[in-house]
Unconditional design. Structure first.
Ligand code: TRP
Ligand code: SF4
Length: 338
């Protein structure tokens, strides 16, 4: 039997989860956790959240919600774990050790950092600069093999890979060089088409989301008023589904027959936008029904979250401690007082 691969991913605790997080990350993680080939480690990256979010109450409120989302989506904990990054403070120790192997020029060249520096030059804290080193520690601490992330995070994984190689070269082979799993899908939001002919991704800060906690009625209300192809002013005007976020969203939740119905009906003005939207809303609500139900039930049992996180911390610490002892020894940082 081949050994199980360790899959690891983190989510920052920045806000209410939406359909894009669900399809792109949470539901995908749940499926991977049910796959016997993988041992999955999922964590809430609260230390990373601090680089941009300064409202302590927000972090405290969001964090248990993210854990509930994982659980309600069906993450199978029989061979996987969920933990909170800061519950495993060894990660910061490893981040320091790795930072001494990290060229500043590599960090300066990372697109996430460059973007932030251009857009918010007044708010560049050292945490933001070191963010990818902490990420490397997240990944290398438990010696992860595979990291499912969105394309925006790829440069960070490349830094992690180069740190693993550098360590292995300098101190002898220890770390597996982690692979990136094929891109997480970026689900479009309820937005008009942009100048480039694409759609803004569904994002917390863009106000174009369908939230996982929304009721079916709230979901319909958002879809009902969402922008469509601007060429379809009247019911009798034919439209172009490729210019419409509603059609873009259909592709994630609807059947091939429904897609064909929507495309043809739109182009021939055979259907109205409300018909098209109704089917989309029904499909989304149908897809989320079980999740929403489970989430509501779990929310009434706060002990569940605590128990999951206590066990997650325990498992993560075993993995991290092994790495730290090894790395310290190889780097010459012995424990002298104990
Ligand atoms: N930076 C990631 C994001 O914003 C979250 C994250 C933190 C992460 N540490 C990680 C993802 C380690 C994968 C592996 O999406
Ligand atoms: Fe968009 Fe559907 Fe209306 Fe066409 S029919 S414009 S795809 S909502």
């Amino acid at each position: 039997m081949t050994q199980m691969k360790t899959v690891l991913s983190g989510i920052r605790a920045t806000g209410t989860s939406h359909l894009g997080n669900y399809i792109g990350a949470i539901a995908r993680f749940a499926r991977m956790s049910q796959d016997p080939r993988y041992r999955c480690l999922f964590f809430v990256a609260d230390f990373h959240t601090l680089t941009t979010l300064k409202e302590a109450e927000q972090i405290k409120k969001h964090l248990p919600n993210m854990v509930l989302d994982y659980l309600a989506a069906g993450v199978d904990l029989s061979h996987s774990a969920i933990y909170v990054q800061s519950d495993v403070p060894q990660v910061t120790e490893l981040a320091w050790l790795l930072s001494c192997l990290t060229p500043v020029t590599h960090l300066e060249g990372l697109p996430t950092y460059k973007d932030k520096r251009e857009k918010h030059p007044e708010d560049i804290n050292a945490g933001l600069f070191n963010y990818p080193v902490l990420m490397a520690a997240d990944i290398l601490g438990p010696r992860a093999d595979l990291v499912p992330v969105g394309s925006d995070q790829k440069p960070h994984i490349e830094l992690t890979q180069s740190l693993a190689r550098r360590f292995n070269n300098l101190y002898g082979h220890y770390f597996p060089v982690p692979g990136v799993l094929p891109d997480m899908v970026l689900v479009p939001g309820l937005s008009p088409m942009d100048e480039r002919g694409g759609f803004a991704k569904m994002g917390k800060s863009d106000g174009n989301t369908i939230n996982l906690g929304d009721t079916p009625e709230q979901t319909w209300d958002k879809i009902r008023v969402a922008p469509t192809d601007p060429q379809r002013v009247h019911r009798t005007d034919p439209g172009n589904p490729d210019h419409c976020c509603i059609f873009a969203l259909h592709q994630y939740v609807s059947t091939p027959e429904q897609l064909a119905w929507s495309r043809e009906g739109c182009m021939s003005a055979g259907i109205g936008c409300m018909d098209c939207k109704r089917v989309l809303a029904d499909n989304i609500n149908h897809m989320l029904a079980e999740f929403r139900e489970r989430r509501m039930q779990l929310a009434q049992k706060p002990d569940v979250i605590r128990d999951v996180l206590v066990e997650g911390k325990r498992q993560a610490e075993v993995l991290f401690n092994e790495t730290i002892e090894h790395v310290r020894e190889r780097m010459g940082i012995r424990r002298w007082g104990s």
